[in-house]
Each structure stands twice: as structure tokens, then as C-alpha cells.
Design a protein around this ligand. Structure first.
Ligand SMILES: Nc1ncnc2c1ncn2[C@@H]1O[C@H](COP(=O)(O)OP(=O)(O)OP(=O)(O)O)[C@@H](O)[C@H]1O
Length: 265
């Protein structure tokens, strides 16, 4: 039995200069099709910049290649069918309803001047259901809490049904239960539909629990990449986050990162 078709991802020598400042340089990493890559690093490291450049939203040098296709050669609609992106804090049209905003994820499939089909509406409805958002469908975006808004942004990205999913800090505004719900849902989509997932994540233990590969960025450069236990090491975290941490294996052997107070052993 063969699984779903998957789309490997390769980032080659990516560089971004903003206002004359090199905020990302020489960034390279690859992720197998159907695997999860988590980008970690301190504030200002260049994590969001990397995702935006991968999505083609920022001028950059280097290449992003998905399943052998150079993303920069694609037309915007083709790119949007291949890669979906949920930004960290997008500005949302306040009067638009949750359902209509989610439906925007179908735009790359709707003909110019065309209207969404019953199938498009069905897909949007099903995604809202999976994210516990059906009850909010007719609510204007301005009337949502921060965490609800964050899940709606994710809903729009999932409605796009692209095989590569880029999520910038998908869990920051979420309570514990919703963090788990969102990460488990994304992981089910990865395993079941073969999505290639790239997330930035501040929570290093969560990154270590879910990702197959971690990419540690600091100062716009790649410091380390590889399986979680190779990247989440006490010396690397101490050096690049300026934090005292203890790293120990969890029940599944994946590393858990704890902050240690000065004076504790
Ligand atoms: N338009 C801009 N002009 C100049 N510098 C910028 C611009 N946008 C972002 N930067 C800088 O680029 C660097 C990388 O920013 P980025 O948002 O990618 O960091 P990040 O790793 O996602 O950080 P955080 O964890 O705080 O979200 C930061 O130092 C930021 O100040």
C-alpha cells in the first residue's frame, strides 16, 4: 500500500536584507516530504523572516525548492496551491465573518471573477469544525479573542489544502488545551495526508516533541540543524538564548527543556 504523495522541501542559501540590514544569511535546510521542521531561536533570530521568504513574501537571494520545483518560478496561484502560510499576527478585516475569512483559503482554486463552489464551502466548514470554531462561523473577526483569532488564521491556511504548510508561531496565544489540539491536528494532517510542515515555535519542548528536524537560528544564521536531541543541547541553548536550562529526555526519549533558576542545581 502506498501512502499519500508527499512534497520534500529544500531551502538553499537563503538571504534577506531589510533596510540595508542582513537579517538572514546563508540559511539552508531540507525537510523530507511528510515531515515536520521546527525553526527555533531567540527573538530577532530571523525565524519569521525565513518563513516569509520561503513563501515569497520578501525579496531574497537563494532558492526554495518544493518537490523539485523552484518556488520563485511559480505564479502566485500555483504557489498558493503548493504552500499555505499562517502568519504570526496578520491584520484581519474586522467586519469579515469567520466563515468568509476561512473561505479565502479557497481563492487559489476559484476561477477569476468566479464564485466559490458548494465544495469550497464544505471544505471551509469542515476545517472550522475540526478547529472547534463552527460556533464562531458568523462572528465578525473583530469580536474574537486572541486565541480564537489565531485558530481562524490557521483555519484559513488549512482550507487552502496545500501539501506544504508554514505556520509562524501557531500556538503563542493558545491555552494549553488548544495548543495540544492544534499541534495534534497538524500532526495528524502530516501523518495522514503527508503534509510537509514548517513551524516556528518558541516552546522548545513542544518543538522537540513534534518536529522531526529542528533548525536553530541566531543572528540570522543557521547555528545547528538535525534531530531534536542534537539541537536541543544545554550548551547550545545557553549560548544562543542566554538562558540556564536543563535538558532531559521525556518518556518518549525526546528532549524536554526546563528553565533552571540561578542557585538551583
Ligand atoms: N522591515 C525591517 N527592516 C529592518 N529590520 C527588520 C525588518 N523587519 C524585521 N527586521 C529585523 O529582522 C530581524 C529578524 O526578525 P524576525 O521577525 O524574522 O525574527 P524572529 O526570529 O521571528 O523573532 P521573534 O522571536 O521575536 O518573533 C530582527 O532583528 C528584526 O528587527
Amino acid at each position: 500500500m502506498s501512502g499519500p504523495r508527499t512534497y520534500p522541501l529544500e531551502v538553499r542559501d537563503l538571504g534577506v536584507t531589510l533596510d540595508g540590514r542582513e537579517v538572514l544569511a546563508g540559511a539552508g535546510v531540507s525537510a523530507g516530504g511528510g515531515t515536520w521542521l521546527a525553526v527555533v531561536g531567540p527573538n530577532g533570530a530571523g525565524k519569521s523572516t525565513l518563513l516569509k521568504a520561503m513563501m515569497g513574501l520578501l525579496p531574497h537571494t537563494g532558492e526554495v525548492v518544493v518537490d523539485g520545483v523552484r518556488v520563485r518560478d511559480l505564479k502566485p496561484r500555483e504557489r498558493a496551491r503548493l504552500i499555505a502560510y499562517a502568519p504570526q499576527s496578520p491584520s484581519l478585516p474586522p467586519d469579515m465573518t469567520v466563515f468568509d475569512y476561512t473561505l479565502l483559503g479557497r481563492t487559489p482554486y476559484i476561477a477569476y471573477l468566479g464564485r466559490e463552489s458548494a465544495r469550497d464551502r464544505e471544505i471551509a466548514g469542515a476545517v472550522l469544525e475540526r478547529l472547534d470554531l463552527s460556533g464562531f462561523a458568523t462572528r465578525p473577526l473583530a469580536h474574537l479573542s486572541g486565541g480564537e483569532r489565531q485558530r481562524v488564521v490557521l483555519a484559513r491556511a488549512l482550507t487552502q489544502q496545500a501539501p506544504v504548510l508554514l505556520l509562524d508561531e501557531p500556538t503563542t496565544a493558545l491555552d494549553l488545551g488548544h495548543q495540544q489540539q492544534v499541534l495534534e491536528l497538524v500532526d495528524r494532517l502530516r501523518a495522514g495526508d503527508g503534509l510537509t510542515v514548517v513551524t516556528t515555535l518558541h516552546d522548545l519542548s513542544l518543538a522537540g516533541q513534534y518536529a522531526d528536524t529542528l533548525l536553530l537560528l541566531a543572528g540570522g544564521r543557521v547555528i545547528a540543524s538535525g534531530p531534536p536531541r542534537q539541537v536541543l543541547t544545554e550548551p547550545l541553548l545557553a549560548r544562543h538564548f542566554g538562558a540556564r536550562v536543563r535538558v532531559e529526555p521525556g518518556t518518549d526519549g525526546r528532549p524536554l527543556v526546563h528553565l533552571v533558576r540561578p542557585g538551583d542545581r
